[in-house]
Design a protein around this ligand. Structure first.
Ligand code: ZN
Ligand code: ZN
Length: 146
C-alpha cells in the first residue's frame, strides 16, 4: 500500500456528515506502510467550522479518523484557516480560537460570513462567547490543528 496517513473529522451536523469529511492539515505524515500517528492528545479540543453547512463544533481525539492519501499534504485547493476573534468580555486576555475549512473558491466575504454563522457555540479559554459583529484579530493558514 502506498500513500500517507491523513487525519480527518466528519461534520457533526447530521444532514451534512455523509461523505463530507474535513481533512486536517498534519505536518510530515508517515507513509501508510508504517503505524498511524498517535495524534492528537486527549486535551485536543479545537472548534472547527464546516465549509459545507457553515456550522461549527468542538472536536476531540475520539472524532479523528484516518485514511490514506496519495500526497503528504491537503489537496492544493483545500486549507484550514486558523482564526482568532475577540470574545464578548471587555478586557479579557483570551481570544476565541476557531478553525474554518476553506477551499480556493472561498472569498474574504464568504469566509467572514462562515465565521459569523459558525462561531455561535465557540468560547474563549475563560468561557466567554464571540463578540458580534466580529472583531477578527488573526487569520492564517493552519499547518496543524492544535
Ligand atoms: Zn457541515
Ligand atoms: Zn474571554
Amino acid at each position: 500500500m502506498f500513500g500517507y496517513w491523513m487525519p480527518f473529522v466528519r461534520c457533526k451536523t447530521p444532514s451534512c456528515s455523509r461523505g463530507k469529511p474535513t481533512f486536517l492539515p498534519y505536518p510530515n505524515p508517515p507513509e501508510v506502510s508504517s503505524n498511524r500517528p498517535l495524534w492528537p492528545t486527549d486535551a485536543w479540543q479545537p472548534f472547527l467550522i464546516c465549509r459545507h453547512c457553515e456550522l461549527g463544533y468542538e472536536y476531540t481525539k475520539q472524532d479523528v479518523e484516518w485514511r490514506s492519501s496519495p500526497i503528504a499534504d491537503l489537496s492544493p485547493e483545500l486549507s484550514v484557516l486558523d482564526i482568532e476573534v475577540r470574545c464578548v468580555q471587555n478586557n479579557c486576555e483570551f481570544p476565541v480560537k476557531l478553525y474554518l475549512s476553506a477551499d480556493s473558491a472561498t472569498t474574504k466575504r464568504d469566509r467572514d460570513r462562515k465565521i459569523e454563522s459558525g462561531c455561535r457555540k465557540a468560547t474563549c479559554r475563560a468561557g466567554h462567547g464571540v463578540l458580534l459583529p466580529l472583531d477578527i484579530r488573526k487569520v492564517g493558514i493552519a499547518s496543524e490543528i492544535k
